[in-house]
Design a binder for this molecule. Structure first.
Ligand SMILES: [Zn+2]
Length: 493
């Protein structure tokens, strides 16, 4: 794969000989595409070029086909379908005080004691019986489910007279689980987890069934990590104990500034302050990236997550500028792009050369190609050496061009409006190309600009009225970022 680029032919000739982009030991970076996030950059006057160890081991192209795991949004704290649920802080006084055991004796109301006491008391409410966990199958409804397991449909009808139960059980999906305790065909209790933090429980008693909502809030614990990239972003992240999902989010935060397909180098490093989501002393997953720093080829980028009082969430530089730009640096799914690293390309003189009026991303045929920014498709079809080609007109008299495509996305015909990140086509090798790659161009007022370095318009900064609040909220995060020191290298002496 590392050699793919040598086979590329370009639709137009460079003015000067191409530096041999394949010489040198390559190393590849492979990542996963992140979800859409804000971006902005902090450009620090870094060293002109990173010194690179020429004896790098060539991690040629660890082809990453990891699954992309999307973050599951956390459920809202409040229960949309029922009454305010009794939480641990506010024990179910009413329910508990009115609860009656199957034998008819009253249970003491829950005290405002510690959570374990409350739990213990709630446990007592559950009548003895055989416990049964049933999974919803395709085409199931509750009636069918009850019949299949020999449970009383009369009990079901009675339970569904409770408004809370009716609402909470209205929608069932294959794979959902319902837990029942039974005695013969009689249903003593029924529980259904409504979301990660909320469970509906229906308990039978002398006066029939009653419903309650049990809250088990997740806890967000701050965590942090630092890593230096040796082979790939994802390996570095894994070594630092980060999940792929978190690394994707991290890459998403900086995706408007850093071309993760082509620009990651050995020696790049990052620090991240993030949340871990815990429940019942178990770590469920990584949560949001709260603050992060990425040093790419000596340039320092920082981003702070901020939610303003109107609920708008974004990532901003410590100065309050949005990290988000009108254009993505790389309009292709970088998880499937591999590129060789060539130290010559970092040479200050070579760096100024423009051997090519666009950027090539070698990627497997079929890899998704995305609109770099919002705009309108003004051309779609065969276009000489470009092969199958899409051109998008954006605001500010910018056009972007995507060449050599194997095919087009149905949802983006000529004349249609497309939004940033929307798939418009697929990597191929049509036109003058002998190996699959995306040829990407960026033109401003009709003039080719280097898509990787052209200054990009930014999204809106933090609103003036929230600026002070932002600065205050970001201070501890910045302090924390500052405090994450890279682990010291072991010394041989
Ligand atoms: Zn090209």
């Amino acid at each position: 794969m590392g050699r793919v680029r040598s086979q590329l032919k370009h639709d137009y000739k460079p003015r000067r000989p191409l530096p041999n982009r394949l010489s040198g030991r390559g190393w590849a970076v492979v990542g996963l595409v992140a979800a859409v996030f804000g971006v902005a950059m902090l450009l620090a006057p870094g060293p002109e070029s990173q010194r690179l160890d020429s004896g790098l081991s060539a991690a040629e192209n660890a082809s990453a086909t990891s699954m992309i795991t999307m973050q599951i949004p956390l459920p809202a704290q409040s229960n949309p379908i029922g009454p305010p649920q009794p939480g641990i802080d506010a024990p179910a006084e009413k329910d508990a005080s009115e609860a009656v055991s199957p034998g008819g004796e009253f249970l003491a109301p829950a005290s405002d004691g510690n959570p374990s006491e409350i739990e213990a008391e709630e446990e007592k409410i559950v009548p003895d019986g055989e416990r049964l966990v049933v999974a919803i199958k395709p085409g199931d409804n509750l009636d069918r489910l009850f019949r299949r397991h020999g449970l009383s449909v009369a009990d079901l009808a009675q339970m569904l007279r409770l408004k809370e139960a009716r609402n909470a059980l209205k929608v069932i999906k294959p794979g959902d689980e319902i837990e029942v305790t039974r005695s013969g065909d009689r249903v003593l209790s029924l529980s259904r987890k409504l979301n990660e933090e909320l469970t509906l429980r229906i308990v039978g008693g002398a006066d029939g069934y009653s419903a309650e909502f049990l809250a088990n809030p997740v806890e967000r614990r701050p965590a942090q990590a630092h890593a230096t990239i040796r082979t790939s972003l994802f390996e570095a992240g894994a070594d630092a104990g980060l999940s792929d999902a978190l690394i994707m989010n991290l890459a998403g935060v900086f995706a408007w500034d850093i071309d993760f397909a082509l620009e990651i180098r050995q020696g790049d490093s990052f620090s991240v302050v993030y949340e871990e989501i815990w429940q019942d002393e178990r770590r469920l997953r990584d949560g949001e990236v709260l603050a992060a720093q990425f040093i790419n080829q000596g340039r320092v980028y920082r981003a702070i997550r901020y939610q303003d009082p109107e609920g708008r969430v974004g990532y901003f530089t410590p100065e309050g500028l949005s990290v988000k730009k009108a254009f993505l640096r790389a309009p292709v799914d970088f998880s499937r792009v591999s590129s060789n690293f060539n130290p010559n390309r970092l040479h200050p003189i070579l760096k100024t050369r423009r051997p090519h009026k666009g950027v090539d991303y070698a990627a497997p045929k079929g890899t998704a190609v995305k609109a770099a920014g919002d705009g309108r498709v003004i051309f779609r079809g065969r276009n000489g050496g470009y092969g199958n080609c899409v051109i998008i007109q954006h605001g500010g008299n910018v056009t972007t061009l995507y060449g050599h495509l194997s095919g087009f996305a149905k949802s983006a015909p000529k004349g249609s409006r497309v939004s940033q990140g929307q798939v418009i086509g697929f990597v191929g090798s049509t036109g003058l190309a002998t190996a699959p790659h995306l040829h990407y161009e960026y033109r401003l007022n009709g003039v080719h600009r280097n898509p990787r370095t052209v200054p990009l318009p930014e999204a809106a900064p933090v609103a003036d009225k929230y600026r002070n609040q932002f600065l205050e909220a970001s201070r501890p995060l910045i302090t924390r970022l500052d405090a994450i020191n890279p682990p010291r290298l072991a010394r041989a002496d």
